[in-house]
Design a binder for this molecule. Sequence first.
Ligand SMILES: *Cc1c(COP(=O)(O)O)cnc(C)c1O
Ligand code: SF4
Length: 328
Amino acid sequence: MITENLVSEQSDWQRELRQAIHNPLYLLTLLKLSDSALAHRVAAKQSFSLRVPRGYVARMRQGDPDDPLLRQVLPLEAENKQIQGFSIDPVSDVAAEKVPGLLQKYHGRVLLVATGACAIHCRYCFRQHYHYSAYNPSAVLDSIRADSSITEVILSGGDPLTLTDKRLAELAHNLASISHVQRLRLHTRLPIILPERINDELLAWLTGTRLQAIMVVHANHANEIDEKVNKALQSLVDVGITVLNQSVLLRGINDNAAALIALSEALFKSRVLPYYLHILDRVQGAAHFEVSMETSTQLLEQLRVALPGYLVPKMVREVEGMAYKQPE
Ligand SMILES: *Cc1c(COP(=O)(O)O)cnc(C)c1O
Ligand code: SF4
């Protein structure tokens, strides 16, 4: 999927993507952790490999085995334990397919798995075992066209912003030609991981469509939002795009009130509102990230006490067969 971006003229973000780090021991060396106890817990070989761009690594603290950004990407042996209740399709994506690549679980909105590629591999990702197959664009568009109850199309993945702007502009154009589609939503971690991705080409097609654009980014910790990310987020807001954030509650990363408060405040400094705080989907390999329900509800209470209502994310869980993500 990535290779299509590599022909001739490369943008900065494409070069950055190509130079992403894949070797865990090299990553630990860069962070001065190659002799640490953490180095002995690294998983030798994973089918869902390490992948992290250098700009994101630069936001990690050197010499800190508990760094919350490092913990999101470093493959650990703990992932290989089989734990009851943790499965490869935790949210039943397969059953929700209308046509290959197009999922519908909720009224009025469909989710297009636009690509399997991501700029980063998050160890807790609920789609880490998802079997991505290339979707057929005309079948997807026909399916959306045939159902006038669909008013919003969500581009997801993988990460839709790993696709070229040319492809995305064409997709937006085709969706805009379907009269009942009103909104185009992007679920993407790129503005956080690789802020160079928010360039003029992207802003041009995103603002050049009749569809109302919403971008839901994904940051879990305030340290992910540095000055470059701040600028990228604000440039989206400046051109009139609604920008929201979703996070996952993760043990050892953001499972304390101070971290979650700092995240909401950092987001709002970039004019982004917190949207969802997801309870971890029980995907195989991610059990060591799970936070108990008791701790989760206590944290939510602490956020409500400490923050204005608009900075408290909705804590939700996905439950199979339910008509919306369930509030906790
Ligand atoms: C989470 C999700 C959505 C979006 O739900 P909202 O509550 O509208 O944010 C849409 N479709 C699918 C399949 C989802 O998993
Ligand atoms: S960016 Fe999103 S889809 Fe990609 S690995 Fe991370 S959580 Fe999963």
